[in-house]
Design a protein around this ligand. Structure first.
Ligand code: COA
Length: 264
């Protein structure tokens, strides 16, 4: 376990899963500048476990908030000290999107504004049935400054993005699920169990293939179909040379053991 000022990080060597907890519960884990920096530092600390590994050690990450809330958005008390441009904090969103390992946002309680933008920058969102998600910036005379409208427009559609961002209303987890803003909704302890199982499932897959899929799916949101297909092909070819491809093919042919992938 590594403790940063506002984030706790843990890495489980056996499962290859990392965990980050946003830890400012008195402010509902609002995104202060410190928390944004700690989030990036926590991801870098998790990634540092690859340095001495025989292959790839870190293979999935779960991000959650301490004490029952994911994150109530940008820290409003810091707005008076900086212009909205300075507080939009693009860096941690880009860092999450470009982080090579899949990241699952586990969402309980409030997930608002920059909190929802952070969750949408992640690769997956697993929510508790009591979660409340929204983009309330409109009521401060602002818009989500870090891509919230763009993210929802891609996850759901532009009309849903307009509805959520123009009203600022909080959505229930079930409504967010219907709109494809979250992947799964669970009650109580089922959320912990399902998120853990999903992270471990991803972590048991060939890591280089998983990383290539994350990258290619991100590229799919930016380019046309033919350019995207060429990109997939470029990511596919080097995987043919990997030990993990040989291991997967051997396990399939022999059909009597579970493959072990190393990220090589
Ligand atoms: N930034 C800074 N502090 C925040 C915060 C934020 N975005 N959201 C909540 N807090 C703080 C509150 O100021 C309060 O601190 P205090 O106990 O020192 O007074 C504490 O977190 C608890 O919040 P509170 O408002 O008392 O809880 P609640 O259950 O009544 O309401 C919310 C919860 C999320 C509905 C409400 O806090 C809220 O609307 N927050 C702002 C959400 C927002 O607009 N986010 C986008 C910002 S661009």
């Amino acid at each position: 376990m590594e403790e940063f000022e506002t984030v706790e990080a843990e890495f489980d060597e056996e499962t290859h899963v990392g965990r980050l907890t946003l830890n400012r519960p008195d402010a509902l884990n609002a995104l202060s500048d410190q928390l944004r920096q700690d989030l990036v530092a926590g991801l870098q600390w998790l990634e540092s476990h690859n340095e001495d590994a025989d292959g790839i050690a870190l293979r999935a990450v779960v991000v959650e908030g301490a004490e029952g809330n994911f994150c109530a958005g940008a820290d409003i008390s810091e707005f008076s000290e900086a212009s909205p441009g300075e507080t939009s904090g693009q860096h941690h969103y880009e860092f999450i999107q470009e982080f090579p390992v899949p990241i699952i946002a586990k969402i309980r309680g409030y997930c608002l504004g920059g909190g929802l933008e952070t969750a949408m920058a992640c690769d997956f969102r697993f929510a508790h049935s009591d979660a409340r998600l929204g983009l309330p910036e409109v009521d401060l005379g602002l818009i989500p400054g870090a891509g919230g409208v763009q993210f929802i427009s891609r996850l759901a559609n532009p009309s849903v993005a307009k509805e959520v961002a123009m009203t600022g209303d909080h959505l229930s987890a079930d409504r967010a699920d219907e709109l494809d803003i979250v992947n799964r909704v669970y009650d109580d302890a089922d959320l912990d169990e399902a998120t853990r199982e999903f992270a471990e499932t991803l972590a048991a897959k060939p890591p280089l293939a998983v990383q290539a899929i994350k990258d290619a799916a991100n590229v799919a949101t930016q380019v046309g179909l033919n350019e995207g297909r060429s990109y997939d092909r470029r990511r596919f070819e080097p995987l043919l040379e990997t030990e993990d491809h040989q291991e997967g093919a051997r396990a399939f042919a022999e059909d009597d053991y579970d493959p072990e992938f190393r990220g090589r």
